[in-house]
Design a protein around this ligand. Sequence first.
Ligand code: PMP
Length: 390
Amino acid sequence: MKKRTLLMIPGPIEFEPAVLSAMGEPTTSHVAPGFIDAFGQALEQLHRVFGSPSGQPLVLAGSGTLAMDCAGANLVEPGDKALVINTGYFSERFAAILERYGAQVTLVNAPPGDRPGLEQIKSALESDSYKLMTITHVDTSTGVLVDVQQVAALGKQYGVLVIVDGVCSVAGEELPMDAWGVDLALTASQKAIGVPPGLALLMIGPHAMQKFHDRTTPVLNYYADWTNWLPIMQAYEARKPGYFGTPPVNLIVALNVSLGQILAEGMARRIARHITISRACKAGMTALGLGQVPLKPEFAAHTLTAPRYPQGVNGADFLAGVLKAGVTLAGGLHPAIRPEYFRIGHMGAANLSDILVTISAIETALAGCGYKFSPNVGTDAARTVGKSSN
Ligand code: PMP
């Protein structure tokens, strides 16, 4: 029997069989009519998944970091001021990218597990004149969820471009871009979008596009320059061939399949499912006596859970025990608290059974580490919460 484990990290995730088999179809020319149609459909479907009829979708070969780099390269001109709402490791990565393109970056900070308050963000916006603001919707290093709707509304009041890193949120958390006044949102294929790693996805709203057209200096990144890619995306959406760099044909065919599945489930139902399994997972951890990195339940993400190790449990031993029990989990990532917690991803195709199998493996590993708890208390709590929310 094939040796495999259940992959419950915050990306890459378990992928749907139809998506994987689409990846394995024979590769065609990037200008073959069938591929042009699949790419065109994928671009159309992206408008619906991002909640952005008014945006311009952009699909590039690369990871989420390329999507961030692409946003920074095209929207920053040297000397621009940028505000970064800092909820962890990935927010700080965005700050570093913006600085690389010459931005003067101000961070609005919060301790790990916390998030900057609206008053704090407001006074930062008042203190200077910013061109743009970045929000990490879910910082995967802490599991902290930002209230994008409220923060974006504040940003709009002060006339800044609102850019959302949705790598750990798009198609898993609610993010109707146009309705919430988000000017650019970006993600990557390997998380709630449900496609193996390799695609950077952006949705560029009209204000962001205008700022790009208003540039007076060249984009300092050749590959990511929208000047090269916009005609290509527009061509495919109009079902015409185009070429700037060879697109990752198989990944894009798989993307079209996955987006079709996402929209067939329906965005509202999909988000509700993520909330249900997240509640079940978090209830299981609480019943086992484990705390979590997000300081308050209302700002814990629904795409992952970040439990703290109980006293006396060693992270490396615990994760090895979970793996032995058949589930792959991720360790901590935020440098300030890395050894203190682990991460469970539950997005995309994940369901309540996956959560129960995962918690059962966690119980086995905790028991192996000498931690005491009532048998099955975590799985029982998760089952109860998961079923009652259905
Ligand atoms: N932003 C967030 C919120 C992420 O979770 C990640 C990946 N974990 C990234 C950016 C970077 O994406 P990638 O690893 O695909 O480059």
